[in-house]
Design a protein around this ligand. Structure first.
Ligand SMILES: CC(=O)SCCNC(=O)CCNC(=O)[C@H](O)C(C)(C)COP(=O)(O)OP(=O)(O)OC[C@H]1O[C@@H](n2cnc3c(N)ncnc32)[C@H](O)[C@@H]1OP(=O)(O)O
Length: 322
């Protein structure tokens, strides 16, 4: 049983992006956990903006949900996680992030699943941009998975989200301290005013003689600066902005009528990026096409970040699927 390992590599040859750029060779790296692949049902976990394939283990980011005897039990399921090419975790950076959109990454992940000879995934699960890529995967390959679990995400990025991604891009291009400054802005969007009030309540960081909310933002900015690269941030931001299963005039109707997976939408009542209201609309729309779909909501004051905080609720919502 493998519980911690280094990324393995799949070579994807002659990949043409939706924007028409040919990449003769692309490196797609992945990690797997639990039983060897193809000896147990496989759960594909798509990472979010600053995440990577290290889903569990000492540096894992979803240890609260996945592991031995956890809700997604690695005694029962093989866990597979690809690194988005260019996320920097495997040392790979893409030449030009503007060449790519979320659908391109979905195509690469599907190719990865095929190269690993996995006939059908048990589930694809992902939060935020990872969940958006999961929607794109199901749009491209309706039989790819039995279950789709998109958390704090949607099948499209909203205008509000696109606007914030645009501001992120401006900061990343123009700031002299791009990663730190962009992270500070992003942290505002990942949370809510109520979350900050509960956490800081205008208290002062005596050591730095600034508000605690300010030192917290600086802390997160510096922390990301140490572990993330500018090119990776630009790439991931581009993917977040371009989620859209109706890209290239594909109709929502066509997408919805092809779906075969059971869809378990999990929204967050305070998410500013992918609002609960739009998640409910997606649920209602899919119902019209007789999709086997459910909608559940995490109640939290923490906004988008709740998918990395509200583990009790998440575990309760996921347990019936696993
Ligand atoms: C668009 C997408 O795809 S979303 C994906 C991107 N989202 C992210 O990357 C998540 C960003 N959010 C985080 O990283 C959050 O910290 C979470 C969600 C992982 C955890 O949240 P919480 O449990 O509330 O922890 P919190 O945010 O307070 O972070 C704790 C850290 O802040 C530090 N901290 C807390 N208060 C202060 C303060 N007043 N001043 C300075 N530092 C502080 C703690 O010391 C701790 O430091 P450490 O992480 O280095 O040990």
């Amino acid at each position: 049983m493998k519980l911690e390992n280094k990324p393995n590599h799949i070579i994807i040859q002659n990949f043409t992006t939706e924007s028409g750029v040919l990449y003769p060779v692309l490196n797609l790296s992945y990690q797997s956990f639990g039983p060897e692949l193809n000896t147990a049902p496989v759960v594909l976990v798509n990472h979010a903006l600053t995440g990577n394939s290290q889903v569990i283990g000492s540096a894992g980011w979803w240890n609260d949900l996945i592991g031995e005897n956890k809700t997604i039990d690695t005694n029962k399921y093989s866990i597979l996680a690809f690194n988005v090419p260019g996320n920097g975790f495997d040392g790979t950076i893409v030449e030009n992030y503007l060449d790519f959109n979320a659908r391109d990454v979905a195509k690469l992940f599907i190719e990865g699943v095929k190269q690993l000879k996995i006939q059908q995934l048990y589930a694809i699960i992902g939060g935020s941009v990872g969940g958006g890529i999961a929607w794109e995967m199901i749009a491209l390959e309706p039989k790819l998975a039995l279950h789709l679990i998109p958390i704090a995400t949607d099948w499209k990025s909203t205008d509000w989200l696109i606007a914030n991604c645009f501001l992120q891009e401006q900061i990343l291009k123009n700031s002299s301290n791009p990663i730190e400054d962009a992270r500070i802005h992003a942290m505002l969007c990942y949370r809510t005013p109520e979350s900050f009030k509960m956490k800081f309540d205008r208290t002062i960081n005596e050591e730095l003689a600034i508000f605690n909310i300010e030192s917290w933002l600086l802390h997160h900015g510096k922390k990301l600066q140490k572990r993330f690269q500018l090119a990776s941030y630009k790439m991931m931001n581009q993917l977040l902005k371009t989620i859209d299963v109706t890209r290239n005039s594909d109709s929502f109707e066509e997408f919805a009528s092809k779906i075969e997976a059971t869809i378990h939408i999990i929204g967050i009542n305070s998410d500013l990026f992918f609002t609960a209201r739009e998640n409910k609309e997606t649920y209602q729309e899919l119902k019209k096409y007789n999709v086997n779909v459910s909608y559940n909501e995490i109640e939290s004051i923490h906004g988008h970040d709740a998918f990395l905080i509200e583990y009790e609720q998440l575990n309760n919502l996921l347990a019936p699927v696993f």
